[in-house]
Ligand binder design. Structure first.
Ligand SMILES: NC(=O)c1ccc[n+]([C@@H]2O[C@H](COP(=O)([O-])OP(=O)(O)OC[C@H]3O[C@@H](n4cnc5c(N)ncnc54)[C@H](O)[C@@H]3O)[C@@H](O)[C@H]2O)c1
Length: 262
């Protein structure tokens, strides 16, 4: 296989779909996986109609066995080559913590954390032998400071931040670049019925294409002496990340209290 390959989870909609289309345009063989078979079929048709190569399959990221099986299927198409793995699938429930059903809290932990851990574990076998491979994890601006009404969701993204930072160091010896993408609110199904204080203060200004563009640029960025690990998406997120680095803890807390109207 001479063509570069990418595997994307949650590829049937939103950021995953935009990322799949973006990589297909750049000439990658796209492996798109999701629990939504209908959305995947639409994606595959669109990629092929534009002359691209797509392989799709149903994958629940919380299931480690399914991960191994789907990646083995994709390896047959891709000749074992995996240049980029994008751990994108995610779920979100917002609102007061105590009014959110425990099943919804647990689903966020299962999909957003265990799903990514499964992906890293299953993907290693293919990323390691592929020279210059990249692992991309979808983090979020909600991992800058704990977010009221998004407590568990934000906590899962803090976990992704930690996982990414650790693997970025650990997998250098395998020549796998590991990075995290940090969008603030993005206009997708995930934010459709979101009505938190922070959405009211900050608005929803990003599109799925904005995030796909940041992912594509991050992946193709030339390696530097000090590799970049965290990639904010958009001006608002960049300003918030920079601000949090230099402001004392009490100020970050006060700013977040005001933004979230708590
Ligand atoms: N939308 C935002 O504001 C925003 C902001 C920051 C980070 N993110 C992150 O970006 C990623 C994508 O979000 P989005 O806005 O595109 O969401 P979305 O709801 O539009 O799409 C998510 C996709 O993931 C799929 N999915 C859900 N559970 C799955 C599972 N168990 N296995 C496989 N696929 C599953 C869904 O079917 C859907 O196609 C998520 O990790 C999210 O946390 C989103």
């Amino acid at each position: 296989m001479t063509k570069r390959t990418v595997v994307i989870t949650g590829a049937a909609a939103g950021i995953g779909r935009a990322t799949a289309l973006r990589f297909a345009r750049d000439g990658y063989v796209v492996g798109g996986f999701d629990i939504d078979a209908t959305g995947l079929a639409v994606l595959a048709d669109e990629i092929r109609a534009n002359g691209g190569q797509a392989h799709t399959g149903v994958l629940d990221v919380t299931d480690a066995d399914q991960w191994r099986a789907r990646l083995a299927d994709f390896a047959e198409v891709a000749g074992g080559r995996l240049d980029v793995l994008v751990n994108n699938a995610g779920v979100l429930s917002s609102g007061p913590f105590e009014q959110t059903p425990i099943g919804a809290h647990r689903a966020m932990v299962d999909v957003n954390v265990a799903g990514v851990v499964n992906g890293c574990a299953a993907g290693f076998e293919y990323l390691a032998p592929t020279p210059g491979s990249v692992l991309v994890n979808l983090c979020s601006a909600s991992a800058i400071y704990g977010q009221p009404e998004l407590a568990t969701y934000g906590a899962t993204k803090f976990a992704i931040r930690g996982l990414t930072e650790a693997l970025e160091l650990e997998w250098r010896r395998h020549d796998i670049r590991v990075l995290a993408i940090w969008p603030l609110f993005v206009r997708t199904a995930m934010t459709d019925d979101m009505d938190t204080g922070s959405v009211g203060s900050l608005g929803i200004r990003l599109t799925a294409d904005d995030v796909a563009e940041t992912i594509a640029r991050a992946v193709t960025r030339r390696p530097r002496l000090l590799p970049k690990v965290h990639y904010p998406v958009g001006r608002q997120t960049r300003a918030m990340m920079l601000g949090s680095r230099f402001s004392p803890g009490w100020l970050a807390r006060e700013i977040n209290r005001r933004i979230s109207h708590t």
